[in-house]
Design a protein around this ligand. Structure first.
Ligand code: ISL
Length: 556
């Protein structure tokens, strides 16, 4: 077995604005992260995925980069970065940077040059098109609402932006753009970073005919036909040959429309492109054509199991999976997938962890998930910062006829700021996140009950449960490499699967409901060994039933 280090690793995502403020300005920063590295070492994770810390006007919290080789002063200096990297490495933790190269900021020097005149050598770094009959070249809408085209008065052309107007799309067709990106990646890798999480990398190749489509309720056509993700593969192979092959990296591509078939190319074990991709099928199980993701329905367990089964079976032995419940773009795991009530929060958060961490693939933990942090009780839009949420609120109330209350219910369920409220470190002011009471997003009012200080030394905590699962993965070939088989696919209540490797088998049983479910462990597991790290009840499982939100695993 030719194992790559990232196949046994567990990754922890840090959203820098919300992790730890060291200066008292209400915004997290790099020295704050450095000060918390011992906490992550204690948790046992191997890799940090650091959301963007580059120079940025912060239109989209750093996913709009104006200098790829500089640090946003609000986060600190390059010396602070180097110190963080060195400290992490000394603790055995690797750091993977966010690579945001589908677009730059409109304040990047490349774009300033590009927009300055049609003759400028940087013009073709971006997509510029003439008006067609006095209108935009196509009628597609962007991810954050509005047209994907922005008119630029001085040079009398439109430029393409799939996200905000301040995030113009880079033209990957231009070899000079690829040179710039690859040189920049090389620069960071030479500095010692351990890889990249690649933002919307599946979107870098466009249909250059810029087609129009059937407009939806917002007046714009859906964006996805613009994306030609089959043409992304040659770019990634070039990236592999020219840059990544020189280093021992972990790379994970964010690929919104990934299917098992396309992931076999992106994440092939032959190492020709990336280590793995983030697929979106399980996080996209709800939604509607009119309201997009802004609905309050919960995903159905049978659908969730079908998706995981498909990915686990589909990539086994061919490509590599990533495993996640949440990230900075998703609501909090326990609120979305389980039960965040005071009664069930801890039990169900542990159940989710067991369910995900014992599958085949590299698990990702989003900051605070290891504490069971929950969604925020948003009452109105005034405290919400995220630009996507503000666009969505307008769309819901103006185009879809929702009341304010309906729109706010969708915010409480789905909006990205649920994940972005400050990390809850202790029961002190601002949950120990900042000395300033003016934090950039509000601290969740439940911080006195849910915080790190209350959990790190408690062997029954959610934190300790994650610790146990991480340690288990590190020492178990079965957890890392075992084949996956779904049992009880039709159950609306239980998620049951098996892992198998060289004759050894593990049964994983998770109850996704708040009630007891009658169920018999299969005969082959009679007398099997209980896997302590997987269990979330203090006493042994009870024959013939699975208790509310119970998780356990048996080894035979
Ligand atoms: O957030 C989303 C859910 O509606 C996604 O559509 C998201 O915009 C998409 O997954 C791309 O996300 C990435 O690129 C964006 C940035 O805002 C996100 O934070 C980032 O993860 C633009 O760079």
């Amino acid at each position: 077995m030719n194992e790559q280090w990232w196949q046994r690793a567990v990754v922890y995502q840090i959203y820098p604005k919300s992790f730890q403020d060291s200066t008292g300005n209400g915004i997290g920063d790099i020295p704050g992260i450095t000060s918390r590295l011992p906490y992550l070492a204690k948790l046992g994770i191997d890799v940090i995925w650091l959301s963007p810390v580059y120079q940025s006007p912060m239109d989209d919290n750093g996913y709009d980069i104006s200098d790829y080789r500089a640090i946003w002063p609000g986060f600190g200096t390059m010396d602070d970065f180097d110190e963080m990297l060195e400290t992490a490495h000394s603790l055995g933790i690797k750091i993977v940077m966010d690579l945001v190269v589908n677009h730059s900021s409109d304040e990047h020097e490349w774009f300033r040059q590009s927009r300055s005149s049609r003759e400028n050598p940087y013009r073709d770094y971006y997509y510029w098109r003439d008006a067609v009959d006095g209108h935009a070249p196509s009628n597609m809408g962007g991810v954050f609402g509005g047209s994907i085209w922005e008119w630029d008065e001085p040079t009398q052309q439109y430029y393409l932006h799939c996200f905000s107007v301040k995030q113009p799309d880079l033209n990957w067709e231009n070899p000079r753009v690829r040179d710039e990106v690859f040189n920049m990646m090389d620069w960071w890798l030479a500095k010692g970073v351990d890889g990249f999480r690649m933002d919307v990398i599946g979107m870098i190749a466009k249909d250059l005919s810029f087609p129009s489509g059937e407009p939806g309720p917002t007046g714009y056509a859906p964006l996805y036909p613009l994306i030609q993700d089959e043409r992304v593969h040659p770019y990634l192979q070039e990236m592999r040959q020219r840059v990544l092959s020189k280093y021992d990296t972990m790379t994970v591509g964010e690929v919104g429309g990934a299917t098992v078939e396309t992931a076999k190319k992106y994440a092939n074990l032959d190492g020709s492109e990336l280590s793995m991709v983030f697929q979106f099928e399980h996080v996209g199980l709800t939604g509607s054509p009119e309201r997009g993701k802004w609905v309050t329905d919960k995903p159905r367990l049978v659908d969730l199991k079908r998706v995981f089964d498909h990915w686990e079976q589909g990539l086994d032995g061919v490509a590599w999976n990533s495993l996640y419940w949440d990230n900075h773009d998703q609501p909090r795991a326990v609120s979305r997938w389980a039960n965040d009530s005071a009664q069930w929060r801890e039990t169900s958060a542990k159940m989710l962890a067991t369910c995900l961490h014992l599958m085949q693939g590299t698990p990702y933990i989003y900051q605070g998930e290891e504490l069971g942090m929950t969604n925020y009780p948003w009452q109105d839009m005034s405290l919400i910062n995220d630009l996507e949420a503000h666009d969505a609120y307008r769309m819901l109330t103006q185009d879809c006829g929702c009341s304010d209350e309906e729109a706010m219910a969708a915010m409480r369920e789905i909006c990205r700021d649920n994940a972005r409220t400050p990390m809850q470190w202790d029961a002190g002011p601002q949950a120990g996140f900042s000395k300033s009471s003016e934090t950039w997003l509000p601290v969740n009012p439940n911080y006195a009950e849910i915080n790190a200080a209350a959990q790190v030394e408690d062997p029954k905590s959610v934190f300790a449960h994650y610790q146990g699962l991480i340690a288990l993965r590190h020492q178990s070939d079965l957890v890392v490499h075992g084949h996956f088989r779904l049992l009880e696919p039709e159950s609306e209540e239980l998620f049951v699967y098996e892992r198998e490797l060289d004759g050894q088998r593990m049964l994983v049983v998770c109850n996704f409901t708040d009630h007891e479910v009658a169920w018999q462990v299969p005969q082959e597991y009679a007398g099997a060994e209980l896997v302590d790290a997987a269990c979330n009840y203090e006493d042994a499982p009870v024959a013939g039933k699975v208790r509310p939100y119970e998780a356990f695993a048996l080894l035979a």
